[in-house]
Design a protein around this ligand. Structure first.
Ligand code: ADP
Ligand code: MG
Length: 452
């Protein structure tokens, strides 16, 4: 890897990833990797167990690749090999929570499982995009296990799910230090259950998860398709629910839209309070940037924050990243943060891509023109194939190019139900897999919209 010292590069990659993943994933997975060697643009990475290898390949390949590309400017392919390295040789894949004393034995006072103190309600900026979720969080802290149970919060990445649900745990602990709080991601839950079965410690597992006062499970969408895990979670859920213990769950979508989630679970998840978090509006973005600036003691004037808030709109993680990057460039070039510097950083890294600018109406128009059909037909109930296929294609393109939420796509297409939209998108995905001519049609339409 010319120009790069491999261990140093890998440290930089890990430091970057640490910001994006949960602490437990970082400690139990990413931080146990060691870079071995490079061959051309192939990077070989060692990890301690086949289980880690599988998770890295399935879940973190793309993320690692993107970070590497950001740092080196080049695209790398990754190969994970299982290798027990003397120094990093880890404990068996018990999941991080197992490493802390005996599971379930010492829960209680001062035993905070999985929470990071940096997420608090005090530093959670509230705006119209997240005020419902915030209000529910406050209600839970006043009276856990009662009115808002379970609390199900959903939003796209980087909009504050983890922050909010961890803040609930932290606030409860502050108010009532005796409270038993367990926070984990659905992946932690999965790993711990597998490990408990392997090591015949399921009693401890149950004790840990079923005797807590509040169970917070992040990114529940990763339970999708894992039937036996869902089964166990169902029982955990019921045990806690019947004891009026608080359950807080997060996901990137509402329960009914999580594929391969048992109906009995999704109905349980929906039976309490649900709230979504939307991307922040301009004034909330400005407020968040100010709060971050003050928190980190950055010397950045207000007009620069306004400029960042104008350009970085998609999510809060990116917003925070842009601010940090501007400060980092100023530091490394030993200059103060001014408009020129901010402009350069924003235009280089946060350019508004063509995709994000496409208006949904344009997509509708492009598809109508291409297939020579009328708007009204796509919005209406006509079920002829010449109409249905373009209609499905509009659904697909809206989802793919503008990330419009399903419910909104449904509204744009004449008030259709979100499951209809999901079905339409899947139809197109299936045709795309089988039909080369159709693939070409889609490419043509995208080109007419100015997207590759
Ligand atoms: P998610 O879990 O939805 O992907 P996170 O909770 O990890 O998102 O949030 C991403 C980053 O944005 C975190 O650094 C978090 O502290 C910050 N953040 C999110 N929402 C807010 C908010 N309302 N106020 C302040 N910071 C926020
Ligand atoms: Mg999260």
């Amino acid at each position: 890897m010319p120009g790069h010292n491999l261990p140093v590069l890998w440290k930089t990659v890990l430091a970057d990833l640490q910001i994006d993943v949960s602490e437990t994933v970082f400690k139990s997975l990413l931080n146990l990797t060691t870079p071995l060697k490079t061959e051309g643009h192939l990077l070989e990475i060692a990890c301690p167990t086949p289980f880690n290898k599988e998770r890295l390949e399935e879940r973190y390949y793309g993320q690692i690749q993107r970070v590497l590309e950001k740092i080196t400017g080049e695209r790398w392919e990754l190969v994970f090999v299982v290798q027990h390295l003397p120094k990093t040789s880890p404990p068996p894949p018990l999941g991080p929570l197992f490493e802390k004393k005996g599971v379930g034995e010492n829960l209680g006072k001062n035993q905070v499982l999985g929470l990071s103190p940096r997420y608090t309600l005090e530093n959670f900026v509230v705006g119209s995009s997240n005020n419902l979720a915030y209000a529910v969080a406050q209600g839970i802290i006043k009276d856990p296990g009662k009115i808002h149970n379970p609390f199900f919060v959903y939003a796209d990445v980087g909009l504050g799910k983890t922050h909010l649900i961890q803040a609930i745990g932290n606030a409860l602990l502050k108010e009532r230090p005796q409270t038993k709080v367990v926070y984990c991601t659905s992946e932690d839950f999965t790993n711990e259950l597998i490990a408990a079965v392997q090591t015949k410690k399921t009693a401890l597992f149950k004790n840990k998860f079923r005797t807590t006062d509040i169970l917070i499970v992040d990114d529940i969408q990763f339970f999708a398709g894992k039937d036996s895990i869902q089964e166990e979670f169902f029982h955990t859920f019921n045990a806690l629910y019947h004891e009026q213990k608080q359950l807080v769950l997060s996901s990137d979508r509402p329960p009914q839209e999580i594929p391969k989630l048992e109906a009995r679970l999704s109905s349980r998840f929906s039976c309490g309070m649900m709230a979504d978090i939307q991307p922040p509006d301009y004034s909330t973005r400005v407020a968040i940037l100010r709060s971050k600036r003050d928190h980190f003691h950055f010397d950045v004037p207000d007009d620069i924050l306004d400029r960042v808030a104008q350009q970085v709109t998609r999510n809060i993680r990116e917003l925070e990243g842009a601010l940090k990057q501007i400060v980092a460039v100023a530091l490394s070039e030993n200059r103060t943060v001014d408009q020129e510097l901010a402009e350069a950083v924003l235009n280089k890294n946060y350019a508004i891509t063509a995709e994000r600018r496409i208006a949904p109406e344009k997509i509708l128009e492009a598809v109508c023109t291409y297939y020579n059909v009328r708007h009204q037909d796509l919005l209406g109930a006509n079920r002829r194939r010449e109409i249905v296929e373009p209609r499905h294609l509009v659904m697909y393109l809206l989802r793919q190019l503008t990330k419009t939420p399903l419910v909104q796509v449904g509204r744009l297409l004449g008030g259709r139900d979100h499951t209809t939209i999901l079905h339409g998108v899947e139809k197109i995905e299936s045709i795309l897999r089988q039909n080369g001519k159709f693939r070409q049609d889609v490419i043509n339409i995208k080109q007419s919209l100015g997207v590759k």
